[in-house]
Design a protein around this ligand. Structure first.
Ligand SMILES: Nc1nc2c(ncn2[C@@H]2O[C@H](COP(=O)(O)OP(=O)(O)O)[C@@H](O)[C@H]2O)c(=O)[nH]1
Ligand SMILES: [Mg+2]
Length: 253
């Protein structure tokens, strides 16, 4: 077989196995740390259940992903995951799914690894989102996941710190309701409501217009100008208020 023929066949198979996000759909990508249970336990020496340095590294990784060539409207991170909402008119890489997944996973993995000088790998999946309501549902779903996991993680590590074995702790909290878990923490002197919001709900990021003080060198006068800056919301609201918050970001884009 000649190389010209091989090339034609290879390119044909490559093109036929390509998938695209359909036009007029928003794109949500979710990146998740691969094997981070082990990485966070064995290599990074983190505070349990939540570590501020790790959380800030995740937020910085998310911020980096706003600047790698996609039109990101909103970012959300909790635990070892990052979700990004990408504009429905984004046409980079002709909306090829594997380009989005591979570029974003590569960028996140490289950026995160540099911060800890340890290899941290992210996978990435792409979800087509046809309307606004689904965007709101998606982010409320991830926030609820954050809240559930955070409450369980606090219970688990509180029991471990109080001499329970891993198995005993897991069994004890397995069938507990949310209010039972709150009660358990209370017995150990922890009021779950008083914990930092980022640990319970995660954090959001979006670009926001801010007023900046400038200086006109010609007139020698100071002046105010508007600039777009990435803003990290560390106190995101819940339920209906979160939907309103997300809607106001969507409206401005
Ligand atoms: N110690 C610590 N661990 C964390 C923190 N954030 C996330 N993790 C860990 O990251 C894991 C993420 O869960 P998951 O993605 O399901 O696990 P994976 O499949 O092993 O990556 C959790 O099990 C936590 O152990 C943190 O702030 N501190
Ligand atoms: Mg993970």
């Amino acid at each position: 077989m000649k190389f010209e023929e091989i090339e034609v066949l290879m390119r044909k198979n490559e093109a036929l196995s390509e998938q695209y996000i359909l036009p007029e759909n928003f794109i949500i990508v979710r990146l998740d740390g691969k094997g981070f249970t082990k990485l966070t336990k064995e290599k990074l020496e983190l505070e349990k259940p939540f570590d501020e340095r790790f959380h800030l590294a995740m937020a910085a990784t998310m911020q980096h992903l706003f600047m790698v060539g996609f039109r990101v409207i909103y970012g959300y991170t909790q635990s070892d995951e990052i979700s990004l909402l990408i504009h429905k008119d984004e046409n980079t890489f002709s909306r090829k799914v594997r380009k989005f997944n591979s570029v974003l996973a590569g960028e996140a993995s490289a950026f995160f690894s540099l911060q800890f000088q340890q290899i941290g790998v992210f996978d990435c999946r792409t979800i087509a989102i046809p309307n606004h309501d689904m965007i709101l549902d998606y982010f409320c779903w991830r926030q609820e996941d954050s809240h559930r996991n955070s409450l369980s993680a606090y219970c688990y590590w509180t029991l471990i710190k109080n001499n329970f074995t891993a198995k005993q702790a897991a069994t004890k909290i397995e069938k507990m309701s949310q209010s039972d878990k709150n009660e358990l923490l209370y017995q150990f002197g922890i009021n779950y409501n008083d914990l930092p919001v980022w640990q319970k709900r995660g954090v959001g990021m979006y670009s926001k217009e801010v007023v900046k003080q400038g200086f006109n060198p010609v007139t020698q006068l100071s002046l105010e100008c508007m600039r777009n800056e990435l803003y990290l919301e560390t106190k995101i609201p819940i339920r209906e208020d979160y939907r309103l918050f997300l809607n106001s970001i969507l409206k401005s884009k």
